[in-house]
Unconditional design. Structure first.
Length: 728
């Protein structure tokens, strides 16, 4: 990662929330209510609510601060720029705005009142009261770890269902639209659009001038946004200027089935793409759900360096299963009922696994999963004949917000628990681009490359060797992730195919990890330092990982050599790295007053190598319990800030349940403190619970660390698949 100065909107910081837990009688559900919130929030009101979060370019959120109702702010892209998404419901002729903050001169719609917000791993559900009717607004961003086509489809669902809240029957019509802000980071650019009407009605909108693999303010300037619904009695549509189309619905509760064909800039009389649906008469039992899909797709998706500097264009995997985007959308919309039950099963499995730790922990995990997957895309290449090559599936990840690097090794590493838990094969597909590229011989350094390219979605490598240098960090990370993948799948393909590269990185670690040269670690914003204790742990675990890898491929001599080197390093490291009073590990050798989070010990536990003695874990556990601030233990003694991913990783190495729970509550208190208004930021202040400059990064996948912390953890994917089989 590399810290980039961002245009972070400084929030008006509100007062701290008084959070109280109301234990609903004979139920395990905890609702969080606060003085500032006028709705119930379950499990809590986060800094930003994920609405449609599936890829680096389909990333729509509702920022919260102390609490923002669904109709009290516009949904935004992860950067904070507005994504126009509006909604109205008409009840017995009176219109209520339930989504977004549209202003429509000459009309007088009411505001629906938010009653509740609930989030799970895949869904954010709002109940909005519109007079005598409650409208349930569900945003489902599927997480489909065992289905490459479904996981790679950058689409999300919005579903609406109405029920009477006063015992009476009411006539109800619903309306929703999107603006063209979904297609660009520059609203002065010209958009064009079309609406196709068949079994499915789809609005498609894109930039008139497409730029392949190019971003503007982190939005891709390529591809199209799609807003769709199934055709049915009572469905109408319209495209046109925002105020005109919305006024049409507010005044008439129906749209005109007309299209605006005056293509223009996104912000020129704001064209919107709208649907309305007459639900007929609604009584106390909820109406059938009206389902919309929202997506952003492009082809090709990724530019990728292969041998001899050649560039390959790669497509999102779903294209290999569908002959057109219309077919893919039709399949997605038609699959809603099954998708919802898969999502409910996934949510329940994650909640069960995480609740085995604690309910605070389960709430952090639920908030992290869409964000983690939302930075990734699964791709496939074509062979020389133009046919998709199903044996060439690669996953790409955008670093997001700290910079736009592609497949940053030290961003994949903290997020690794998400993939180990949900499906380790996805982890392999994330590592493969790094292995393939370095195996071509184009990367000149002895250690592992930092990332696959400076700017997503261009995975162009670093043939000049001038990537951000994190030699020990990335070499150790690659070895640890590769072995953990192999252990959990028994698939030896990575360790046999890339044995030489893995060994080359190990040789480097043997020279540079016991006494690490002055360099940065993944926490580069904290500065560079020689002799970093925690970095040395990573390097030594990496050497031991190679010993296990060598053993797995039958190279016993190499295995025992590396094992004894690692063991001897641990002994020497203990003398270098322990403070003179024996109270804690230091941040760097010899600096007695310094300390930090030694989260890299989790690698030792994850792999079951148990190189480092229990006394080290016990010492750190005791120390952390004495230095925690209100929002957690600082990353190290240079600053008072910390990282939420490393807090949870460290919770995975402490030997006391109560100290573990202190780390968990600290992160949960930060995530729910009402002081921040952006997709969950992993970097924050332990003194006051305010976020630092990162947001929406996939490293929150590291919050799943406690679900995979030892090599004997079966991993939820196994439980999940088993429970699915039982259901089937
Ligand atoms: C919109 O622009 C794209 C990209 O230039 C072009 O391919 C497409 O035909 C245009 N569509 C319409 C409806 O004009
Ligand atoms: C398909 O991909 C695999 C894995 O990258 C590669 O080895 C193979 O040559 C490719 N096949 C074709 C026909 O391009
Ligand atoms: C790093 O630690 C070793 C072992 O204590 C010491 O010999 C060396 O001088 C240290 N290097 C720096 C730059 O402090
Ligand atoms: C063990 O590995 C190190 C580092 O590669 C090498 O220098 C040394 O010769 C090896 N020792 C044996 C006994 O093979």
């Amino acid at each position: 990662m590399r810290v980039k100065v961002m245009r972070i909107r400084r929030l008006q910081l509100m007062y701290a929330l008084q959070l109280q837990c109301i234990n609903i009688a004979s139920s395990t559900v905890f609702l969080t209510v606060s003085a500032a919130l006028t709705w119930t929030a379950e499990p809590f009101n986060p800094a930003s609510v994920p609405l449609a979060v599936r890829s680096p370019y389909l990333s729509c959120w509702l920022n919260q601060g102390a609490g923002t109702a669904l109709n009290a702010g516009w949904p935004t892209f992860w950067t904070g720029s507005i994504l126009g998404w509006a909604g109205y419901v008409t009840v017995d002729g009176s219109s209520y705005n339930f989504l977004g903050v549209p202003s429509v001169p000459g009309t007088n719609a009411n505001k629906a009142v938010q009653k509740s917000l609930k989030f799970t791993s895949t869904q954010s559900t709002f109940v909005m009261t519109a007079g005598p009717v409650d409208l349930t607004v569900n945003f489902l961003s599927p997480v489909e770890p065992s289905d490459l086509a479904k996981q790679s489809f950058p689409f999300s669902y919005l579903s609406l269902s109405a029920a009477s809240n006063d015992g009476g029957s009411h006539k109800v019509q619903v309306y929703t639209d999107i603006s063209a802000e979904w297609i660009t980071g520059d609203n002065s650019l010209t958009a064009n659009w079309s609406t196709s009407v068949g079994n499915i009605i789809t609005h498609q909108v894109q930039l008139a001038q497409q730029s392949l693999f190019t971003e503007a303010s982190d939005h891709i300037q390529q591809g199209s946004a799609f807003y769709s619904t199934q055709s049915a009695t009572g469905v109408t549509f319209q495209t046109g200027e925002d105020t005109v189309v919305r006024a049409q619905f507010i005044n008439n509760a129906v749209l005109l089935n007309t299209q605006d064909s005056e293509f223009r800039a996104v912000s020129d009389r704001w064209p919107v793409f709208a649907f309305a649906r007459d639900l007929g008469t609604v009584s106390a039992s909820p109406s059938p759900e009206v389902v919309f899909s929202i997506g952003h797709a492009r082809d090709p998706a990724i530019e990728y360096i292969i041998a001899n500097g050649a560039l390959q264009q790669r497509s999102s995997f779903f294209w290999s299963q569908f002959s057109s985007i219309a077919d893919a959308i039709s399949s997605f919309l038609g699959d809603y009922t099954s998708a919802l039950s898969r999502a409910n099963a996934f949510d329940a499995q994650v909640a069960k696994d995480a609740n085995a730790i604690s309910s605070d922990y389960a709430s952090i995990v639920a908030l992290s999963i869409r964000q983690g997957f939302g930075a990734t895309e699964i791709t496939i290449s074509k062979d020389a004949q133009g046919n998709f090559n199903t044996s060439d599936v690669l996953m790409f990840m955008k670093e997001i917000s700290s910079d736009g690097n592609v497949n940053t090794v030290d961003v994949i590493f903290p997020s690794w628990p998400l993939f180990l838990y949900s499906n380790p094969t996805l982890g392999k597909q994330l590592l493969l681009p790094l292995f393939e590229y370095q195996a071509t011989g184009q990367y000149p350094n002895a250690w592992s490359v930092h990332d696959m390219g400076a700017s997503y979605p261009k995975a162009l490598g670093h043939n000049d060797g001038k990537d951000e240098p994190m030699p020990v960090e990335e070499s150790g990370n690659m070895l640890i992730m590769t072995l953990s993948y192999t252990q959990r799948t028994n698939d030896k393909s990575l360790i046999t195919t890339y044995f030489n590269l893995l060994d080359q990185w190990t040789q480097f670690l043997i020279t540079d990890s016991l006494i690490p040269a002055n360099q940065i670690s993944t926490d580069d914003f904290a500065g560079s330092l020689a002799n970093q204790t925690n970095l040395a742990i990573k390097g030594i675990v990496g050497i031991k990982a190679m010993a296990v890898i060598a053993d797995l491929v039958g190279d016993q001599a190499r295995s025992s050599n590396y094992s004894s080197i690692a063991a001897s390093y641990v002994q020497q490291w203990q003398t270098f790295a322990t403070s003179s009073g024996g109270q804690h590990l230091t941040l760097s050798y010899g600096d007695d007053a310094s300390w930090g989070l030694s989260y890299n010990l989790l690698g030792d536990k994850l792999l079951g190598t148990y190189l480092f003695p229990t006394s080290v874990y016990d010492m750190q556990t005791k120390w952390y319990s004495s230095v925690a601030n209100s929002f957690g233990v600082p990353l190290d003694t240079r600053h008072t800030y910390t990282k939420s991913d490393w807090e949870i990783w460290t919770a995975g190495i402490v030997t006391s349940t109560s100290v573990r729970d202190t780390f968990i509550s600290a992160v949960k208190n930060y995530a729910s403190d009402g002081l921040n208004s952006q997709p969950l930021g992993d970097w924050y202040e332990t003194a006051n619970g305010k976020v630092e400059g990162f947001r929406a990064r996939p490293v929150v996948g590291g919050h799943l660390a406690l679900l995979v912390a030892s090599p004997t953890s079966s991993g939820g994917h196994i439980n999940f698949l088993e429970s699915k089989q039982r259901d089937d």
